[in-house]
Design a binder for this molecule. Sequence first.
Ligand code: 2AM
Ligand code: CA
Length: 305
Amino acid sequence: MTWRQMTRKRPANDLNHLTFGPSRGTQSPQMAPFAPLPRSRPELMLYSATINVMVKAARRAGRSLKRDLGEIEHLQVSLKGPANFVSLADKRAEEILYQDLAKARPGYGFIGEEGGMREGSDKSHTWIVDPLDGTTNFLHGIPQFAISIGLAREGTVIAGVIYNPANDELYIAERGKGAFLNDQRLRVAGRRQLNECVVACGLPHIGRGDHEEFRREMTAIQDRVAGLRRFGAASLDLAFVAAGRLDGYWERNLQSWDIAAGMLMVREAGGTVSDINTPGDALVTGDVVCGNEYVHGELVRILRK
Ligand code: 2AM
Ligand code: CA
């Protein structure tokens, strides 16, 4: 699969073009009186112009999703296939994302869950967008869903934003610059005993994937970990691993828009991500496993048996 600005020169210390933190009401960390100044302030990140574009788009689409969530009973829902609900909410959110991203970066390609591929004149940049990850949760009023936006350059994901409008959690990652949740730098959990780990998985959907294989894998992992979870939104599962809430996660048969931003999030938080069967790229195969280096290795060892 191929994935296919000019800024005015500013003096080095002119930071007006950068935003400290993505959200409204960014707070500075509360310091105890007379506490020594920290040597570094890792929670403070200079977000690039591209991240700001992505965050703005995600927040605007998020407001649309939140409005639709409030009216979920009245929402017209069409059933496209087993376990594959397509709602007006997805489509509205994707259109907002497309409009905002295309306006800010004309020419970039756009792959969206709803509209498929929209080619652009710039063949090296592609947005990879899920306007509503966790559709089933959304339709049931379960507040575990997100907008996921990845940006690939020459086939490598270089920026990712995952936003859950239900609880206003905003995850941001930029290649080489780290991962953040509402301005706090993220780090994967450090546990090295599998029997202390909480691991999430994704169940294959009706008519999709190998249900027997999943049950075998689930049993094998269930026997080794402190807890298994199934939340139903792949982008947030990856974000939770990045945030150290989950120690690991695996799921098969995902699409690039489910995982593009989240895979970068985990890597930028110091974690390891790969395909389940090979050390290859899960963005291409859709079979993803991740955790800290140790947990990832253990999960891979169990899943590849
Ligand atoms: P979605 O809500 O955007 O479709 C949960 O296991 C993950 O699987 C979610 O990220 C979900 O994304 C995705 N998913 C849901 N239904 C699916 C289907 N029928 N086929 C493949 N993936 C699906
Ligand atoms: Ca999805």
